[in-house]
Ligand binder design. Structure first.
Ligand code: PEP
Ligand code: MG
Length: 282
């Protein structure tokens, strides 16, 4: 946390030499709005909708900013009746995320319709993204489905290694990607994020995870697509600098983490961030 004798730094996210990095909030319910606004969040990088469908309220609160809505990510750690299958032998690898939506397209359509309706009335810029994408065809399917509701700012979460390794193909179908480092770490290290005994392996500093992130950033740069991070890694001030050095353009985190990340970014130039990234990758 911020120590009491430090005066808080405010304003948009940037490095010491002025390279802009969007600092956004993760929102899981309308109760998070006040904290996000108080922290000076530059919009919402991840609106989790599994337990929150107050689209209009969130869009209203972030008028003039971008709100990135993730459609239902059912299954495993987020069981949703009617969308996820109880009793799978390995729920983290089961019918979840975009897979569950492909099995129940009417549910995705209803959600996209509700988001589109709320977006029409809002001044916020509404982006939508699909969770747990593993294959470029899932990205293409989601983008078509969203466009049929007038939602054209479409993206994917990159949180499965196959999506990171094929980021160029995946990104060719959508406008942006947001890296979910919680699941990306879980799947890269084959360590269930819900098993406490494996917590030491849930480590986004692992070079394997960072090399995957570097690949996604290179693909984003090649195709001109912004690449965000919305997992816990974005909330670690030192790792946030490394992510910026890898080419990440926005960081989304719990509102309480924004102040420390903002302050740490201001202590390093973009070149210093790149140097940190380079040495960690090696
Ligand atoms: C992630 O996987 O990093 C992520 C942001 O999504 P969630 O934690 O909701 O799975
Ligand atoms: Mg995830």
């Amino acid at each position: 946390g911020t120590t009491a004798n430090q005066s808080p730094v405010t304003g948009p996210g940037r490095t010491a030499d002025g390279h802009r990095v969007l600092l956004q909030a993760n929102i899981g319910s309308p109760e998070d709005i006040a904290a996000a606004l108080a922290a000076g969040a530059e919009g919402v990088g991840l609106m989790r909708t599994e337990f929150c469908d107050s689209y209009a309220e969130v869009f209203q609160a972030f008028s003039g900013y971008r709100v990135t809505v993730r459609v239902f990510d059912a299954g495993s750690d987020k069981p949703l009746p009617g969308l996820s299958n109880a009793g799978e032998p390995n729920p983290a690898l089961g019918v979840r995320g975009v897979r569950a939506l492909q099995a129940n397209p009417e549910i995705l359509d209803a959600q996209l319709r509700a988001i589109a309706d709320a977006a029409t009335a809002a001044v916020a810029q509404v982006w939508v993204m699909a969770p747990m994408v593993a294959h470029e065809q899932e990205a293409a399917w989601f983008a078509r489905r969203a466009a049929s509701h007038g939602l054209t700012a479409t993206g994917v979460m990159v949180e499965v290694p196959s999506a990171a390794l094929t980021a160029r193909e995946v990104l060719s179908h959508v406008e942006f990607a947001s890296i979910g480092t919680n699941d990306l770490t879980q799947f890269t290290l084959a360590a269930d994020r819900q098993v406490g005994a494996l917590a030491h392996l849930q480590d986004p500093w692992h070079p394997a995870v960072l090399r995957l992130i570097a690949q996604v950033c290179l693909a984003g740069q090649a195709l001109g697509r912004p690449i965000g991070v919305c997992g816990e890694a974005a909330a670690d001030p030192r790792l946030a600098c490394v992510l910026v050095g890898l080419g990440v353009t926005s960081l989304s985190m719990a509102p309480g983490a924004i102040a420390d990340v903002r302050a740490e970014l201001l202590r390093h130039s973009l070149d210093q961030c790149r140097e940190m990234a380079k040495s960690i990758l090696e």
